[in-house]
Design a binder for this molecule. Structure first.
Ligand code: FHN
Length: 434
């Protein structure tokens, strides 16, 4: 107990003194941003005891349950088919270069051996294994970067100040709401995550929006928390899925279910910053495992989404919701494998690229790497493609076969004699430019 009080006091002190300074990213952090941006493709994992209900990760709130009744699922959580190596191999085979896993989602259940709460995978389940430790080790072995999702919002703890979600969730004692206590709890958990699991390339916060309708703006004390993250691991990228333009202290900008600049889901459309960008997207309809949700996007759609993200200078963080038995759904593994086959052949036009010279068009998009401009054509009804370009085109070849593509320099750009393009996932033409 004495140790715990001392540790709380120490974190409070460290956090308070760090917050006074304004954020200047370290060289390690800038390097980490560059590596992140080069990777272009990561896999998101939403996994927790909610997978047992097979209704998605919002089940506790959507069904308006008693959180103590919901918590009983932990005592039956035994994902005997969980194999961190199998996960990482399947993910690596897709061409993805990093994994972001939910360490603690809004339901409050921690997926690692945390000393700060018993409501965790080691203490509260018969499984008793620290899946995060196993995953971190597998990631190290397979050279995959590890990112950790961490929820700010909490639907089970007494001390969390109630936000706009989980209003119908029962079983919490309102008299025990205590923000300083909850803030400390989070910071102690963050300290564990960034101390006990090796290098963590990013911490991915979510839930800020739970207080976005408060009459008096809610102070999440983010600057203090971000300073804590950066003091524990300076290279760790701070991300926050608040659906706003980035706040001070953040290292990347996130978009949800939409490419930067688009807003079909109502969560994006915010201005695009100069930070490295990432769009997260579901492979089917839900993040956490949902038994009725077999509406998986086709591999072609997923590849084109990845290419389009790269065309906007963004990474794709593609979600998979593991089953309660610990396996990744077969439909997801199949798509990952097919994406990997494509990335093996065409990955050079995606990894390490920046947004191309021409913004997204109906026919496709462009990516650039040095003097190479890649024209990604998804569909083209006409025989030729006019590209408005400031640079000079020296040569044009079909990527992969090397076949020459005839082109003419015309006013303001070039006219590529592509021929009609149909029935291709992505027909790529490589331009050498100056
Ligand atoms: O509420 C969460 C949701 O469950 C999921 O984790 C997504 C992933 O971006 N983020 C929140 C909604 O914005």
């Amino acid at each position: 107990m004495k140790k715990l009080i001392l540790s709380i006091a120490l974190i409070t002190l460290t956090v308070a003194s760090l917050s006074a300074q304004s954020y200047v990213p370290t060289e390690e952090n800038l390097q980490s941003r560059r590596e992140f941006a080069e990777d272009r493709f990561g896999v998101f994992i939403h996994w927790g005891i909610y997978s047992m209900f097979a209704q998605g990760e919002w089940y506790l709130q959507n069904a308006g349950l008693d959180c103590n009744e919901y918590a009983k699922a932990a005592d039956a959580f035994y994902p005997h088919r969980f194999d961190a190596n199998e996960w990482v191999e399947a993910i690596k085979a897709s061409g993805a270069r990093y994994i972001c896993i939910t360490t603690r989602h809004h339901d409050s259940f921690s997926m690692w051996d945390t000393a700060i709460s018993d409501y965790n995978i080691v203490d509260a389940t018969p499984f008793g294994r620290d899946i995060l430790a196993e995953l971190a080790e597998a990631c190290r072995e397979h050279d995959i970067a590890l990112h950790l999702y961490y929820s700010h919002a909490d639907w089970s703890r007494d001390d969390y100040p109630r936000g706009r979600t989980a209003r119908t969730v029962t079983g919490r004692d309102e008299s025990l709401i205590d923000w300083p206590h909850y803030f400390n709890f989070m910071n102690q958990q963050i300290e564990e995550l960034l101390t006990n699991y090796g290098p963590i390339r990013a911490i991915w916060f979510d839930g800020w929006w739970d207080h976005d309708e408060d009459v008096t703006p809610f102070d999440w004390q983010l600057d203090e928390q971000y300073a804590l993250v950066h003091s524990l691991q300076p290279s760790c990228l701070v991300a926050n899925n608040h659906h706003q333009v980035p706040f001070e202290g953040e290292d990347i900008q996130i978009f949800e279910r939409d490419l930067p600049g688009e807003n079909t889901h109502g969560l994006s459309g915010q201005a695009i910053s100069r930070l490295p960008l990432e769009t997260c997207q579901t492979m089917n309809g839900m993040w956490g495992y949902k038994v009725v949700d077999q509406n998986y996007k086709s591999t072609e759609t997923l590849i084109r989404y990845l290419v389009s993200a790269a065309g906007k200078g963004a990474n794709l963080l593609l979600n998979v919701g593991p089953q309660p038995n610990g396996e990744l759904p077969a439909a997801a593994v199949e798509r990952l494998a097919q994406m990997g086959e494509w990335m093996n052949q065409y990955g050079d036009t995606i990894y390490g690229t920046e947004a191309g010279d021409i913004a997204q068009q109906e026919w496709g998009c462009t990516t650039r790497k040095g003097d190479r401009l890649y024209i990604h054509i998804f569909n083209l009804a006409q025989e030729a493609l006019y590209l408005p370009l400031d640079c000079r085109v020296l040569s044009a070849n079909v990527y992969g076969t090397g076949e020459r593509v005839e082109f003419q320099r015309v006013s303001g750009g070039v006219l590529l004699e592509t021929g009609v393009v149909e029935g291709e996932v992505d027909y790529i033409i490589e331009l050498r430019t100056r």
